[in-house]
Design a protein around this ligand. Structure first.
Ligand code: PRP
Ligand code: URA
Ligand code: MG
Length: 216
């Protein structure tokens, strides 16, 4: 569903099933194997929702009953770009849906004291300017990291309206800041949290996603 008052934000349907998945991953007592399993389920839903919004063109095929079926096919090619490290957790969900999809990486880390993002590395498909891009990062907090990553994509020639930023949790201020910079990028998310704490972590949030998925 599209959310009001946020334009270009597609929020997953807030079903009891989805709420149950978020309850598990937000619970501080959830052990890492369960965190990975249930985060992966949400990631799969986000990828499917992102795919729902890609443009299509008409395509008619003939079925085994020798009848025409008026369907559609996707209009362009896609690729994924993960913001390393936490964004890498979303690559498998994309691969599950899009066979042999190309995936680029942008390494951005938030400074632990200031929460300011720093860009270390980028490696992107050569033809990325011709593709629809699924930008992958589970958390949109201040928006600094996502803005920096999107800048990299745009400098490589990707059109903002071809970027779909998939994440598990956004803050309202992160959405506002991100869309002030890139109003035409579509955000696909499963949860919009109220705000940030004094360390610029989402509240209620779930803590450090990368640590919970890879380390704790
Ligand atoms: C986290 C997260 C985002 C960023 C969000 O990454 O995965 O990239 O912080 O915060 P922001 O919106 O305030 O920029 P972090 O830098 O902690 O690195 P990690 O992926 O190694 O956990
Ligand atoms: N990064 C995270 O992993 N979690 C937050 O709440 C904010 C940034
Ligand atoms: Mg982190």
């Amino acid at each position: 569903m599209t959310t009001e008052p946020f334009k270009n934000v597609h929020l997953l349907t807030q079903s009891n099933q989805l709420l149950g998945l978020y309850t598990i991953i937000r619970d501080r007592n959830t052990p890492r194997p369960d965190f990975i399993f249930y985060a992966d389920r949400i990631i799969r839903l986000l990828v499917e929702e992102g795919l729902n919004h890609l443009p299509v063109k008409p395509l008619t095929v003939r079925t085994h009953t020798d009848k025409p079926f008026d369907g559609v096919s996707f209009m362009g090619k896609i690729c994924g770009v993960s913001i390393v490290r936490a964004g890498e957790s979303m690559e498998e969900g994309l691969r599950d849906c899009c066979r042999s999809v190309r995936i680029g990486k942008i390494l951005i880390q938030r400074d632990e004291e200031t929460a300011q993002p720093k860009l270390f590395f980028e490696k992107l498909p050569d033809d990325i300017a011709q593709r629809y891009v699924f930008l992958l990062d589970p958390m949109l907090a201040t928006g600094g990291s996502a803005i920096m990553a999107t800048d990299v994509l745009i400098k490589r020639g990707v059109k903002p309206e071809r970027i779909y930023f998939l994440n598990l949790i956004c803050s309202k201020e992160g959405i506002d800041k991100y869309h002030a910079a890139f109003p035409d990028v579509k955000i696909v998310t499963g949860a919009i949290d109220e705000g940030l704490d004094e360390n610029r972590y989402l509240v209620p949030g779930l803590g450090d996603f990368g640590d919970r998925y890879y380390c704790l």
